[in-house]
Each structure stands twice: as structure tokens, then as C-alpha cells.
Design a protein around this ligand. Structure first.
Ligand code: MLC
Ligand code: AMP
Length: 494
């Protein structure tokens, strides 16, 4: 039984979602998701974990599809609206999705899939009111696959079971005191846990309301936030940075109006990347709100959070969430003493069990005694965890997106003028890190046209992965073993 969906029966008349200037009740959501489920089932009793991929801008339609897939017994595979066709096709092939659903907006992009005999293509706008007997879904069944980049190979599909999702939701609902009176604004993409779990699913679990803006826009966000209806906001640090920039551009009277509205919020949260103390402090001056910083990962939802009711310590990610076990371990996976630096390792019902179709990668991500190895380096200082970095320089976090340097290098090496390259993340106030590339050209005497290179990359990588800075070298910095030293390369950009 999927409790998240079952809960909706307690709140039938309440507004669940506001999107495109319309309001939708929990009752409507139950009816419409049943129509989706019946369409998908198409006479069969249970989708039995078939992968159903869908490409939809964050909206009511997205929620209706997600719930419909779950109710029919399928695995939801939300696709990224910013990805070029190649990346989308990769996810569809890797999951062996049998159904692809998309709205009119993305029909042209996905047109090549319509030709495929192994895929049933559904136009989301054409789903008609429908009903049928729905299967009973056990909590240990697989529910969702989200793609994440790693230090080796292509992106991996993180499989969450219904019980993982429920554990991720309930620990946040309890810790952050969600109630049906809450109303949150979502401006995040819905193919990552931040938007899907922390915002959308926590709201729906609680009988609260979630308003969607289809895409981030600082002015539109302020218009909604000062409207008085919304009382919760969650975003990545880059978004708070962009909001601060926008606020500073407003005349004094508008700034006052916004500040007065923001002080009434119940909670504002930051996560997915390190929150600079300067951003926390400036936002506090603007809004009167001390941002609650928390830490999570696609493979586990949220694990560590600053407290809702006690001190929120700047520069720290907080304490373990209820039901989640945390330890700091050395390279041999042995627990280190408090105050010592090591990797954050996590255990609990929130933690995933497998990468889709990649048993070896799954095995490597867990210690022999079952702890999830996050790759994040931290220490425990006076009861609060503090992140110091990551144990791989090949993982970049930009605008809250996790990016693999190796994947970008692979694409760059296919350019006819490029012999070799090295990609690194370099610190950036606004984006956390930006992607930077050193290029070794086949013909050192020739030049490469950077704007043309950027255009060439556009159908190969999503915009957030395209390098923003380039240098040209005769060879990459290497150690005595001939291995590229990425830390040295990072310094060459500053
Ligand atoms: C976009 N641009 C970038 C960039 N991304 N420039 C540098 N670095 C980047 N990473 C540029 C574009 O090329 C474009 O430039 C301009 O910015 C606007 O592009 P856009 O695509 O319209 O950007 P925007 O919508 O403003 O995106 C910014 C953002 C987005 C912060 C809203 O990055 C975002 O939604 N991030 C959140 C990702 C997220 O949900 N992560 C959670 C993962 S889960 P030009 O010159 O063309 O105008 C996780 C676990 C956890 O991490 O703990 O939560
Ligand atoms: P993702 O794989 O996209 O889910 O990203 C997870 C990663 O985001 C974590 O492993 C961390 O590196 C990073 N992250 C999430 N929250 C924080 C935070 N509050 N501070 C620093 N890094 C964070």
C-alpha cells in the first residue's frame, strides 16, 4: 500500500497543487492519477515494475503521471527537461523503458522514439478519464529510478523502493514539522530528490499545497513569495544567490515589501551544495530567516540536517535525521574519533539498495557491513557535522547539479580538433563551482573557435555541463606515474 497516495483520502477537498494558474484538489489528483494508471495498464492487472519514462515540465500533470505510474505498479523514470536528446535516449535505453509519456512541448524532441517498436509512446494531453481495478503495491517494490553521475562510466540509475521513499519523506515531515496548513513553492527540476522528495512529496504526504512555477525566474519567485499564500521555501544555494542579486536591483520600497513578506515564512531551507556563510548572512538580513541547511544525496534522500527548533549553525550541515545512522570513516572504512576527518557513511531505511543493472557499482558503493559510502568528506565538531570536500575531484557540483568531469572529457575528446583534455570544477560564488576545461589540440599551431565549440557541445551535453572557462596547454599536468593531477590543473585556472 502506497501510504503517500492513501493519505490523500484524508484531504480530499483540500488543494494539493497549484500550477498554470489553476488549483487541483487531492480528490482530483486521485481521480486523474487513476486515469493515468488505467491507461498504462490497458487491460493488464499490474505493470510489474515496467519502467515508465516521462518528460514533463514541473506541473500538476507531472504529479498526476508520477502517481498514476506508481498506482499501476510501474517504476517512474522522470526525465530531465534540460537534457539534449542523446542523454534522454541513454536513460530510456538503460532502463529499457517500455512506455514514454511526454507533453506536446517535448514531442518534437522525442519524435525519433515514436518510430521504435519496443516503446509505447503516450501524449500526456491525450489521457482520457478512465478507471479500473488497481493492483495492491507492496512497499518493497521498486518505485523510481533517478540518474546520477559518478566517478566511473556513464550515469547510473539510482533505484528507490516505495519503502525508501516513504522513509525519506517521513523523516523530513517529522523533523521540519510539516502540516496540512503548509504551502510550498517549487521551482526545482523534478528529476532529482530535492524537488521530488523534499518539496513535492513532503507537501502531499502532509495534505499541504505545492505551487509550481515551471522554471526558475527570480522576479516571478519574489512575486509568489510576497503574495502571502506560501509559507515554505526550499532551494539550492545558487538560487538564493540569484534572489539576493535580484533583490538588490529592486527600489527600496519594493525591497521593504518583499522583506516584510519573507519574515512571515515558517521555514526556508538550503541544500544540494554547500551554503556559503555570506549567502546565509545576507539572506538573513533580507528576510529575517536563518536558512536551515541540510545534506542529502540521490542514493539516500536526506541524511543530516540542522535542527528546526534549535541552533542552525552556519557552515555546518547539522545532525543525523531521525531514523538515519551516520558515521565518519577512514579509507579502510574504520570509524574515526570525533573531530577527525573522514568519509560520511550512512545506514537507514532511506538508503537505496541498487544501481539499475549495475551490481558491481552497487557493491562498490557499500562497505562490506552495509554502510553507504557517500564520497563526501566531513568531521563532527561540537555535535554538528561540517563538510570539508569530496574524495574525488572528478565530481563537480554546479548550481546544485552533480556533474562528472570524466563524462565531459569523453565528449570533448570526440571533437575533431581535440587530442586530449582535462575537466575540473573551479570555485564560483554564484554556481558553487563552474566547469572548466584544459584543451590539448591535435594541431598545436591552430586555434579552436570557442563559440563554435560551445554550439557543437549543445546537443551533446545539458547546458549546466558545458565548460565556462578554457585554457590551452601542450600537455596536462601529470605526476611521476603519468597520471593527470587534477588539483594542479584546478590551480591553473586561478
Ligand atoms: C546554467 N548556466 C550556467 C549553469 N547553468 N552557467 C554556469 N554554470 C552552470 N551550472 C547558464 C546558462 O548557460 C545560461 O546562460 C544561464 O545560466 C541561464 O540558464 P538556465 O538553464 O535558464 O539556468 P537557470 O534556469 O537560471 O538555472 C539555474 C538553476 C538550476 C540554479 C535554477 O541550475 C537549477 O535548477 N538547479 C537545481 C538543480 C537541483 O535540483 N539539484 C538537486 C540535485 S539532488 P546564457 O549565457 O545562455 O544566458 C541533490 C541531493 C540533495 O543534490 O542534497 O538535494
Ligand atoms: P546528488 O548526487 O545530485 O544527489 O548530490 C549529492 C551530493 O550533493 C552530496 O554527495 C554532496 O556532495 C552534495 N551536497 C548535498 N547537500 C550538501 C550540503 N548541504 N553541503 C555540501 N554538499 C552538499
Amino acid at each position: 500500500m502506497i501510504q503517500l497516495i492513501q493519505n490523500a483520502n484524508k484531504y480530499l477537498e483540500r488543494i494539493a497543487i497549484r500550477s498554470n494558474n489553476q488549483s487541483y484538489t487531492y480528490q482530483q489528483l486521485l481521480q486523474d492519477s487513476e486515469s493515468v494508471a488505467a491507461t498504462l495498464l490497458n487491460g493488464s492487472a499490474d505493470l510489474q515494475e515496467e519502467r515508465i519514462a516521462f518528460l514533463i515540465t514541473p506541473s500538476y500533470e507531472y504529479v498526476q503521471l508520477q502517481w498514476g505510474i506508481w498506482r499501476a505498479g510501474g517504476i517512474a523514470v522522470p526525465l530531465c527537461t534540460k537534457h539534449p536528446y542523446k542523454s534522454i535516449e541513454y536513460v530510456i535505453n538503460d532502463t529499457k523503458a517500455t512506455v514514454v509519456i511526454c507533453s506536446k512541448e517535448y514531442e518534437e524532441l522525442l519524435a525519433p522514439l515514436k518510430e521504435r517498436k519496443d516503446i509505447r509512446f503516450i501524449d500526456s494531453g491525450a489521457i482520457k478519464s478512465n478507471s479500473c481495478k488497481l493492483p495492491d503495491i507492496a512497499m518493497d517494490r521498486r518505485a523510481m529510478i533517478l540518474y546520477t553521475s559518478g566517478t566511473t562510466g556513464s550515469p547510473k540509475g539510482v533505484v528507490s523502493r516505495h519503502q525508501n521513499i516513504e522513509a525519506q519523506i517521513t523523516s523530513l515531515v517529522t523533523s521540519w514539522e510539516w502540516s496540512k496548513e503548509d504551502h510550498i513553492l517549487n521551482i526545482l527540476p523534478l528529476h532529482h530528490v530535492h524537488g521530488i522528495i523534499n518539496i513535492l512529496s513532503c507537501a502531499l504526504w502532509s495534505g499541504a499545497c505545492c505551487t509550481f512555477l515551471p522554471k526558475f525566474n527570480a522576479e516571478k519567485v519574489f512575486d509568489v513569495l510576497k503574495g502571502g499564500a506560501v509559507n515554505l521555501f526550499m532551494a539550492v544555494p545558487t538560487i538564493y544567490y540569484k534572489l539576493i542579486t535580484q533583490y538588490n536591483n529592486y527600489p527600496l520600497d519594493k525591497q521593504k515589501e518583499i522583506s516584510a513578506a519573507l519574515t512571515k515564512f515558517r521555514l526556508m531551507v538550503s541544500g544540494s551544495a554547500a551554503l556559503p556563510i555570506s549567502v546565509l548572512e545576507t539572506w538573513r538580513t533580507i528576510s529575517g530567516q536563518t536558512l536551515l541547511e541540510r545534506y542529502g544525496m540521490t542514493e539516500m534522500g536526506m541524511a543530516i540536517s540542522n535542527p528546526y527548533n534549535e541552533e542552525r549553525r552556519p557552515g555546518h550541515i547539522g545532525k543525523p535525521l531521525s531514523g538515519v545512522q551516520i558515521r565518519i570513516a577512514d579509507e579502510a572504512d574504520q570509524v574515526v574519533a570525533d573531530g577527525q576527518t573522514g568519509e560520511i557513511q550512512v545506514k537507514g531505511p532511506n538508503v537505496f539498495q541498487e544501481y539499475w543493472g549495475r551490481p558491481e557499482a552497487t557493491q562498490k558503493t557499500f562497505t562490506t557491513d552495509g554502510w553507504l559510502k557517500t564520497g563526501d568528506v566531513a568531521l563532527l565538531a561540537n555535535g554538528y557535522y561540517r563538510i570539508l570536500g569530496r574524495n574525488s575531484v572528478d565530481i563537480i557540483k554546479s548550481g546544485g547539479y552533480k556533474i562528472s568531469a570524466l563524462e565531459i572529457e569523453e565528449v570533448l575528446r570526440t571533437h575533431p580538433q581535440i587530442k586530449d583534455c582535462g575537466v575540473v570544477g573551479i570555485p564560483d560564488e554564484e554556481w558553487g563551482e563552474i566547469v572548466a576545461a584544459s584543451l590539448i589540440l591535435k594541431d598545436a599551431a591552430s586555434a579552436i573557435d570557442i563559440p563554435a565549440l560551445q554550439i557543437w557541445l549543445r546537443d551533446k551535453l545539458p547546458s549546466y555541463q558545458i565548460p565556462r572557462q578554457y585554457i590551452f596547454q601542450e600537455d596536462l599536468p601529470r605526476n611521476v606515474m603519468g597520471k593527470v593531477t587534477k588539483k594542479a590543473l584546478q590551480k591553473m585556472f586561478s
